[in-house]
Design a protein around this ligand. Structure first.
Ligand code: UD1
Ligand code: UDP
Length: 368
């Protein structure tokens, strides 16, 4: 029986791999093994609970304020032990994190085939997002299966000379996840707080935004909130202490900005669905917002998700304070602009990406 090992370690990887774990576990013709690296701890365990996934291995590598050096080393050596013990026929990794890169590299060193879920996303700027662009490009040069979410991602891989037989367009498993989380009868104390206001969701954590860019983002948000009394901002903050200290410095004492602990994914998706708009530097939220029809101001200089820009939902605005301030205000005051960005469109698939990936892994490459 074919043995498939899925490896993931951070919140976004978990949200997009758990639907696939559950799909593979439903198939009797394969053995499914799950290893989490524990690159994230609390934020990972929230997702495992939400999707009822119990890992077979947990490397528990996370340390407070970890560096890329320690993290890469710990994941590599931990994965070597797991791979030597499990000896899977294929290892599935997701996206572009250090867990993804180091686990794929460990599998490659041991001659074990690698399947890359969410393959082919590119900015072609190896410093943005950092180090994610390097991670995903490096995994593409190792991967035997490339599960591309969209045609655009497939085209990137083809242009780079990847074997066409290794590439499959599947849709993004983010949409599989979203299909199970949003409900009509959602209640939450923060929703009561937001009642009657324009609720804006804020998230920010990217490495290239650490330091001054984060301060500029928070200052711009504060200025707009102070000017528009009907606006309330909910900010479920990342557990990274660097992000927390910047937010504390710039946003404390501002009543209509509420900073709360990371939300479990079910609650968070329901908040997105009920929001007026979103400000974020996240990758995954750029995939979720188009199908919810929520305008997103992307707090980055570049995106690897141009499909959402083309769909009209995303505007990539960078991190200059004045630009964020003007763009944020424009979405509050310019109805035509708001309406144009809030039409629900979903370029990321039909919610069956996990089914397709499982079929391909079980039937082999030759049937496609
Ligand atoms: C990582 C990924 C990034 C992804 C992000 C999703 C890399 C290099 N970066 O960045 O691609 O977008 O996850 O959130 O792989 N922490 C906790 N508890 C947690 C999670 C994090 O305390 O559950 C704190 C720790 O102090 C940790 C720090 O956050 O050292 C940073 O975590 P890390 O995974 O290194 O970086 P992220 O910025 O989360
Ligand atoms: N998310 C969540 N709780 C939160 C904030 C975000 O569950 O408090 C989800 C969000 O819906 C998306 C994913 O986490 O699916 C994005 O994770 P993150 O921003 O940490 O990473 P990125 O997508 O930038 O890699």
């Amino acid at each position: 029986m074919k043995k498939i090992l899925l490896v993931f370690g951070t919140r976004p990887e978990a949200i997009k791999m758990c639907p696939l774990v559950n799909e593979l576990k439903d198939r009797r013709s394969v053995e499914t093994v799950v290893c989490v690296t524990g690159q994230h701890r609390e934020m990972l365990s929230q997702v495992l609970t939400a999707f009822k996934v119990e890992p077979d291995y947990n490397l528990a590598v996370m340390e407070e304020g970890q560096t890329l050096f320690d993290l890469t080393g710990r994941v590599m050596s931990g994965m070597r032990r797991v791979l030597e013990e499990v000896r899977p026929d294929v290892v599935l990794v997701h996206g572009d994190t250090t867990t993804t890169f180091a686990s794929a590299l460990a599998a490659y060193y041991l001659g074990i085939p690698v399947g890359h879920v969410e393959a082919g996303l590119r900015t072609y700027n190896v410093r943005a997002p950092y180090p994610e662009e390097f991670n995903r490009e490096a995994v593409s040069s190792i991967a035997d299966y490339n599960f591309a979410p969209t045609e655009l991602a497939r085209d990137n891989l083809l242009r780079e000379g990847k074997d066409p037989k290794s590439i499959f367009i599947t849709g993004n498993t983010a949409i599989d996840a979203l299909g199970t989380t949003v409900v009509n009868d959602f209640t939450h104390p923060e929703l009561d707080w937001a009642q009657g206001s324009r609720l804006v969701i804020l998230t920010a954590h990217r490495r290239e935004n650490w330091g001054e860019p984060l301060h500029r983002i928070f200052r711009a948000v504060r200025r707009v909130v102070e000017e528009y009394p009907e606006v309330k901002v909910l900010y479920p903050i990342h557990l990274n202490p660097l992000v927390r200290s910047a937010a504390e410095e710039e946003l404390s004492g501002c009543d209509r900005v509420r900073i709360i602990e990371p939300m479990d994914v079910i609650a968070f998706h329901n908040f997105l669905a009920r929001s007026y708009m979103i400000l974020t530097d996240s990758g995954g939220i750029q995939e979720e917002a188009p199908s919810l029809g929520k305008p997103v101001l992307v707090l980055r200089d570049v995106t690897e998700r141009p499909e959402g820009v083309k769909a009209g939902t995303l505007r990539v605005i960078g991190t200059r304070e004045e630009v964020i301030y003007e763009e944020f205000r424009a979405l509050l005051t310019d109805e035509a602009r708001y309406n144009a960005m809030s039409r629900a469109q979903n370029p990321y698939g039909d919610g069956l990406a996990s089914v397709r990936i499982a079929d391909i892994l079980i039937k082999g490459k030759t049937n496609v």
